[in-house]
Design a protein around this ligand. Sequence first.
Ligand code: GTP
Ligand code: MG
Length: 328
Amino acid sequence: MADEDLQLENLAGVGPITKTRLEEKGIYTVLDLAYIGASEVAEAANLDLSKAIEMCNNARKKLVDLGILENDFVSADQLYKKRLEIDRISTGSSNLDDLLGGGIETGALTEFYGEFGSGKTQICHCLCVMAQFPKEQGGLNASSIYVDTENTFRPERLAGVAEIRGLDPDVALRRVTVAKAYNSAHQELIVRELGRVIKEKSARLVIIDSAVAHYRAEFLGRATLADRQQRINRFMHHLLRMSEVYECAVVMTNQVQSAPDVIFGDPTRPVGGHVLGHTSTYRIYLRKASKNRIAKMVDSPSHPERETVFVMNERGVDDPGEDSPVTQ
Ligand code: GTP
Ligand code: MG
């Protein structure tokens, strides 16, 4: 794929003024146009919605022609072959990888949710290390982008995990790009710019830890609920489309809130509720159990709903050893 194929000025309907306006809003290439929704493009470039829809459709068509996106109608066996070739990143724990059908999938959005200390941030750190290994060792020989919204990214933890797993920690740190998001608007801006950075760094993994904390803190009370859900919804769809267009694995974390209406079973629910549930391709619920952590595949188009056990140690995320008996 030649880079000029993806330049905005080579797309029908994009003149120099529109191009400048789009770039000002972080839309630099045809890839970005294809993953940012038409209504947002209309807003960004001050265009009629119908014109923006046409532009986004042109972008999509171009990506289909270039073989980056699927045709609208495609046979199931073609899809099946394509699914067998999907690249995956190991989490560091073979139990967790098995639960995920072989690791975190590229071209998909994977959500880990659970209470504090359940291991969400540790999984994110470990994935950034694992992504750097060659394919035969569970990685994609790739760099990662880490969007840190809770100020919990720790380079020393990353370096420690890299070293014990046999990577040069200095090299490993250079292959992870970190963006700190200070509020929800900033977080949205960062995600808009992600496309450019993914290309620049040849990243195959994007982490958003956590996706909803800012929204939760900023939108208080019932009156703001609809607005909050709409913003989260838009944000999540960005992530999902981005994972497809850039063929990278997008991993996001989410907290849980208690659901007072639940009498039987676990009274916790992920923040954001249904909006998030329907957007993530895979959802994994994490909970603490003595020294171990239990991961449950909650929502998946292809995996059975089941549980597995993993631990956190100096290797980041790992399988339980003899010194950490499986408890539940
Ligand atoms: P919140 O962000 O607070 O919602 O929690 P989280 O799910 O992101 O928790 P996180 O992944 O930060 O897990 C924290 C837990 O990981 C700690 O309670 C420790 O048990 C474990 N942990 C963190 N760092 C280390 C480490 O260096 N070594 C070991 N052995 N365990 C660690
Ligand atoms: Mg965390």
